[in-house]
Design a binder for this molecule. Structure first.
Ligand code: GTP
Length: 776
């Protein structure tokens, strides 16, 4: 018989315990009957999508079920595009925490005419920060997508959070954006989270423009920020504006493309601005920077370059064309400035979005694979005439509509009432309603087109990162990478009555957020939630309380350890039982091999000549898979390991799938013990910014936390910066220690750097703790 070989690969962390699987399979239908009852009135289309009536949802809305047929009808209608695809801009606003993303987005919404009364972040009324706790904490937690229009261009904006615990939100947004605005605080310059986000944007090849915000703040320095874009980000800035004044005398900007000053007459919302002559004292500087700009852009066009060398300056249209070309091609990043809070610089920023950031047509076609045969690559052009494809990039639970799936449409059309296929799962999904989102209000649309970002209500099986496509022409678009959670806490509802409510809430939250996991450990009778940091889990617990009305007791945070092996080991294991009637017999030999960090788990069969018959191999795979979630040292998930089934034997009567499953579990226990098992812990890359007088304390403290100091440096304003690698286990509550130690003058950021082996004494403690918990 020919050699049988099968290889399966899945990340060890995705192995969910049986109770978790049960949770995930239970249907969540609670919202459907109550909310799919809007009475739609067809109105003429105004913009790129065909609208039904605009509806603000509130608990008083009354809808009628029979009109659902209108949605179904819409699927077959021809749709005329109102905004050409070349005039679409799908953008995100990214930055370090507190750089002003929400404030800037609010201004953008105001100036594009969608918001009549502006919300201020510090008053807790900002439109994009619509979740209750965002308003209280004044930070943006969930990306909210909104559609708006500027100069006949359709701009879809996704507001992304700045805190590192929500990095995944930023990743998701970047995956579906065509361009981005990177905001910097002109006092702090390029901050650590901006560097992280910048690298993420590089990874997805997202063209961007920079906006140096907060030019009105004491200590604002446009040029220092420009220099930091070079030194900290390794990027090539193309200065397109210079500030006129700074701090409390910041008046406006010099537009180096038109060589005009743009001066605002006040600081209030809607303050008028006028184009004026460049102030005499800035004329020379403006000429110098215009020359620098021109020298950079003419390199992109030989003909223009020749003219320029002969003394002919390119006209405004040519300058804009070349800036656009270089921005989209990644040759440089345009740099603008202003003060969102004082309403200066926002309109030219919107012009720059339109002028320099790409439309879907400027980008390469979307690549994907055939779901049946992942070897076959497929491309989809950004066009309404192509087969439909879209990527689900966010799931949100909405109190009025239920679960909303945000989808970026890459090709084709999507109609309410139609059916699509979830290409990752091979499951049909019915498109109940299509909603165009505007922060916390929404409008029903009949059909959405290539380039649109819409929210779909009523999808059943689709989670973040999956592709929806035309059932006739399925495609799986590139998958997103989700980081593994690094921290966990035990959680228990305060009353027995809340057990089911909590399970339901956890399922919904996990569907929304792939960096959040939960599981139930039957052995110690505990539900455990896992996430990217203390704040991340705090927010989850808070949302359970507010949105699902579950009061819960929460344990102390614990590190998400992993187990792995250090060397290859082979083990022969025979499972044999004879009690009463039929016996059980399975004999296998399995080789356990260590894999590179991040490889997850692989299974391979090298069985020849049917030593283990084909029908029993799934039993072996299942037994090994089950064991992967429960390592031999301290019960942590096992990662970075390949199990190879090399030999075995069976009994004609007594062998069964179950017998091989039990043999695999035994082989795992024995084999992994022989393969020098080890416990791994998350090591964080920590950056602390502190005044010099506290530097010694900060370093001493990091050393006492098993920290390894990598470098020191200087920051503007006489501050020192320390880079260190510190085990996450030592970083709980660091925020309060640091605050106490430096009188609140230092700040820090941290993110996962790697997993590394724990010292022996900690391994012993963890093993002992597991034994104690099981005994208890
Ligand atoms: N002086 C000044 N303050 C600003 C400016 N823009 C924003 N702010 C203030 O800076 C603080 C943070 O602004 P946000 O808009 O919440 O920042 P964010 O980047 O959205 O913050 P996260 O969502 O938490 O990451 C708020 O108090 C704003 O009022 C500005 O141009 N000048």
């Amino acid at each position: 018989m020919a050699a049988e070989a099968s290889l399966c690969n899945f990340s060890g962390t995705n192995v969910s315990s049986p109770p978790l699987r049960r949770y995930l399979l239970s249907p969540s239908t609670s919202f459907r009957s109550r909310h799919l009852r809007q009475q739609p009135t067809l109105t003429s289309s105004f913009f790129g999508t065909q609208r039904l009536n605009s509806t603000k949802f509130n608990s008083n809305s009354h809808f009628q079920k029979r009109n659902l047929s209108v949605f179904a009808m819409a699927a077959s209608e021809d749709v005329k595009r109102e905004v050409p695809l070349k005039d679409y801009r799908n953008i995100g606003i990214m930055a370090h925490i507190d750089a002003g993303k929400t404030t800037t987005t609010e201004r953008v919404l105001y100036y594009t005419g969608r918001n009549y009364k502006i919300g201020e972040v510090h008053e807790g009324t900002a439109t994009m920060d619509w979740m209750e706790q965002e308003q209280e904490r004044g930070i943006t937690i969930t990306s909210a997508a909104t559609t708006t229009f500027w100069n006949k261009h359709r701009i879809n904006i996704i507001d992304t959070p700045g805190h590192v615990d929500f990095t995944l939100e930023v990743e998701r947004a970047l995956r579906v954006l065509d361009g981005a605005i990177c905001l910097f605080d002109s006092v702090a310059g390029v901050e650590p989270q901006s560097e992280t986000v910048w690298r993420q944007a590089d990874k997805y090849g997202v063209p961007r423009i920079c906006f140096v915000n907060k030019m009105d703040r004491l200590g604002a320095n446009f040029f220092r920020t420009r220099d930091m874009i070079v030194t900290n980000l390794g990027a090539k800035p193309l200065v397109l504006q210079l500030p006129i004044g700074a701090e409390d005398v910041f008046k406006g900007v010099i537009d180096l493309v038109r060589m005009k000053a743009i001066v605002w007459s006040g600081e209030e919302l809607g303050a008028k601005f006028a184009y004026e002559d460049i102030p005499a004292d800035l004329q020379e500087l403006a000429e110098e920077y215009r020359a620098l700009m021109l020298e950079t852009i003419v390199e992109l066009d030989d003909e223009v370059m020749e003219g320029y060398l002969e003394g002919v300056e390119p006209d405004e249209a040519t300058v804009k064309r070349l800036v656009r070309k270089g921005t989209i091609g990644g040759s440089f990043v345009p740099v603008l400035c202003g003060s969102a809070f004082k309403n200066k610089g926002v309109q030219p920023l919107l012009d720059a979005v339109v002028d320099y950031l790409p439309s879907p047509l400027d980008l390469p076609p979307m690549k994907g694979t055939d779901p049946e045969n992942p070897e076959i690559e497929i491309e989809r052009l950004a066009s309404d005439d192509e087969a439909f494809s879209g990527l689900a990039f966010k799931i949100m639970n909405d109190p009025f509509v239920g679960s909303l799936t945000f989808v970026r449409i890459y090709s084709g059309k999507l109609a309410a009432g139609s059916y699509v296929i979830n290409a990752n799962k091979g499951k049909k999904e019915r498109i109940g309603r299509l909603l165009e989102m505007h922060a916390n209000s929404r409008e029903d649309v009949k059909v959405a087109l290539a380039g649109d970002i819409v929210a779909l209500a009523g999808l059943k099986d689709t989670i973040t990162g999956e592709t929806l496509s035309d059932p006739e022409k399925p495609i799986v678009l590139e998958r997103m990478d989700f980081p593994d959670p690094v921290i966990k806490v035990a959680i228990e509802p305060k009353t027995k009555a809340d057990v089911d409510k909590m399970a339901n809430g956890l399922i919904k939250l996990a569907q929304e957020d792939p960096s959040f996991h939960f599981s139930r450990d039957e052995e110690i009778n505990q539900t455990v939630i896992e996430g990217m940091g203390e704040l991340h889990l705090e927010i989850i617990v808070d949302r359970l309380k507010r949105e699902f009305k579950v009061e819960a007791n929460v344990g102390a945070p614990q590190v998400n350890y992993r187990e792995s092996i250090s060397r290859t080991a082979e083990v022969k294991y025979v499972h044999k039982k004879q009690s009463g009637g039929q016996g059980q017999f399975a004999d296998i030999t399995v080789r356990f091999e260590p894999l590179e960090a991040g490889s997850g788990y692989e299974f391979k069969s090298e069985i020849k000549g049917g030593a283990v018959p084909r029908e029993y191999i799934p039993g072996v795979m299942k037994g090994l898979e089950e064991s992967m979630s429960n390592g031999v040292l301290a019960g942590f998930p096992v990662v970075d390991l390949r199990a190879v089934l090399t030999d075995g034997s069976y009994h004609d009567v007594d062998s069964s799938v179950l017998a091989f499953q039990l043999a695999a579990r035994g082989a795992f226990r024995e084999g992994v013990r022989k393969a020098a098992p080890k416990i791994l812990e998350p090591i964080m890359s920590v950056e602390v910014v502190t005044p010099e007088e506290h530097l010694g304390d900060v370093i001493g403290d990091l050393n006492s936390r098993r920290g390894q100091i990598n470098s020191f440096g200087d920051k503007p304003g006489g501050l020192k910066v320390v880079d260190a690698l510190v085990p996450l286990a030592e970083m709980f509550q660091y925020v309060s220690t640091l605050r106490g130690m430096t009188k609140g003058r230092a700040s820090y950021t941290m993110q996962l750097a790697k997993f590394d082996v724990v010292p022996q004494h900690i391994q012993n403690q963890l093993s002992a703790a597991k034994e104690e918990a099981v005994t208890a």
